[in-house]
Write a protein that binds this ligand. Structure first.
Ligand SMILES: [Zn+2]
Length: 58
């Protein structure tokens, strides 16, 4: 997946905040772009896939 703002692929799951709860209810996870530092939301399925990919590389 890519950042919607700048197209970078350097995206990491972001820390959860209380204000994320409404979106978590909609199965969306906060992610942070490390290039432009924008914080957006991605479907939970994609976020989980991203975590698995990180594990496979480390
Ligand atoms: Zn970006």
């Amino acid at each position: 997946m890519q950042c919607l703002e700048c197209g970078s692929v350097k995206i990491r799951p972001s820390r959860l905040r209380l204000s994320d709860m409404p979106r978590l209810m909609l199965l969306r996870m906060p992610v942070r772009c490390h290039t432009c530092l924008s914080r957006t939301y991605t479907p939970l399925v994609l976020a989980l896939r991203m975590r698995q990919a990180r594990r496979a590389h480390s």
